[in-house]
Design a protein around this ligand. Structure first.
Ligand code: AMP
Length: 401
């Protein structure tokens, strides 16, 4: 028996999302999450996907990530999927920031862990939790490889002129200020799945990927290689998001400080957590924005229009970057579900070869699908993302080749 299971862990500051996959047939064996870690009302939701087991839920205090992973291990063991099984080949960890050092999935040793820790100033919200998740999983199964899959890695191929900010080079280099990009696992998966949908190899197509979730980013992928992306040093740059502003004049920050009297931390909080759709209309969930806009609510309508306008600008920009576009792919919560956003983002772009068929666009499905009319020069696609499968695939390939 060869070990073919991979546990994928996505550790946040107070949560752990997990999936156990069998890479022999790329099936999911169990999925779940632990949230509100460190509070009295922690919650673990576990769903076995084999053997007909039902979703189980428990609430009660879970003190830290160590206790959370032990609780997850107990749930998996109850389904006969214990983490002590010889069938477990690796643990794949989502790590948000890999800096310039980590451009590929990497087996974690003490040196790698120390390097990931050094990147904490670049991702103060995410990397510490990722490090904790790695440490806990390592202590549970020190004998199997722990693999870090970095959110930034897919974007490491961006040319220097797309990765640079036009600021003093000495200062930029000393402080590691450059454009890294995020959601890379999703952009990699979706750009490849889009090529497959067109019946082509990734190297044969140029794709604009629009990952529109609560966080949102666009990427320009030429022949399977990322050449530009909308997030930068941090996930704040680029598109209008659920709670993040995306692009703004940097002088807005000086103004908020000098005239508004806000501290750096207050500005950080404002732009990351209280801006975007939430800042514009009070709701960060696109479903609510669409419902309110449909009822004639002016703030919701403006929020929707601002969101779509920014999106359209990035489609145009990346058409210019790529020169030739074969497909535009929508993915993540908004991209996969909000037909109105897809239609509005593409409307008026017929000169770029883009169009959406209203009938196809309104179909709801879990499968990758085309929504452009047959005559359109550029394929417009809805491609559900699967970051966990991508992490498991990359981790499994690394430990078996
Ligand atoms: P994600 O970060 O990919 O999980 O996406 C989460 C976001 O997707 C939510 O905040 C919603 O705004 C959006 N979303 C989910 N379902 C729908 C839907 N049916 N229509 C519009 N937006 C949706």
């Amino acid at each position: 028996m060869t070990a073919s299971r991979v546990l994928v862990l996505n550790s946040g500051s107070s949560s752990v999302k997990y999936q156990l996959l069998d890479m022999a047939d790329r099936t999911r064996l169990a999925v779940g999450l632990v949230e509100r870690i460190g509070e009295q009302t922690s919650r673990l939701v576990h769903t076995p996907l084999t053997g007909g087991g039902a979703r189980r839920e428990q609430t009660g205090p879970i003190a830290d990530h160590g206790a959370a992973l032990k609780a997850v291990a107990a749930e998996l063991a109850a389904d006969g999927l214990g983490l002590d099984s010889p069938e477990l080949a690796a643990v794949g960890h989502r790590v948000v920031h890999g800096g310039t050092r980590f451009t590929r999935p990497t087996v974690i040793d003490d040196e790698v862990l120390a390097e990931v820790q050094k990147l904490v100033p670049l991702a103060p919200l995410h990397n510490p939790a990722n490090v904790t998740g790695i440490q806990v999983a390592r202590s549970l199964r020190p004998d199997i490889p722990q693999v870090a899959v970095f959110d930034t890695a897919f974007h490491a191929t961006m040319p220097e002129y797309a990765a640079r900010y036009a600021i003093d080079t000495e200062i930029a280099d000393r402080l590691s200020i450059r454009r890294y990009g995020f959601h890379g696992t999703s952009h990699a998966y979706v750009s490849r799945a889009t090529a497959a949908l067109l019946g082509k190899a990734p190297g044969e197509v140029n794709v604009i990927v629009l990952h529109l979730g609560n966080g949102a980013s666009a990427s320009a992928v030429r022949a399977g290689v990322c050449v530009d992306t909308s997030m930068g040093l941090t996930p704040l740059e680029g598109l209008v998001m659920g709670t993040r502003s995306g692009d703004l004049d940097p002088a807005v920050i000086f103004h908020l400080a000098r005239v508004g009297g806000l501290s750096v931390d207050e500005i950080d909080d404002l732009l990351n957590k209280r801006s975007g759709l939430l800042g514009l209309c009070g709701d960060n969930d696109m479903r609510e924005v669409l419902r309110r806009a449909g009822e004639g609510d002016q703030a919701a309508r403006t929020a929707f229009e601002t969101y779509v306008h920014r999106l359209k600008k990035y489609i145009g920009a990346y058409a210019a970057v790529l020169g030739r576009v074969d497909a535009v792919a929508f993915t993540a919560g908004v991209g996969e579900n909000a037909a109105a956003v897809r239609e509005a983002a593409v409307s008026g772009l017929e000169e770029l070869g883009l169009a959406v068929d209203a009938g196809l666009n309104s179909v709801r499905a879990d499968e990758p699908r085309l929504i452009s009319p047959e005559y359109a020069r550029v394929a417009v696609a809805v491609v559900p993302t699967d970051e966990e499968l991508e992490i498991a695939t990359q981790a499994f390939e690394l430990v078996t080749h």
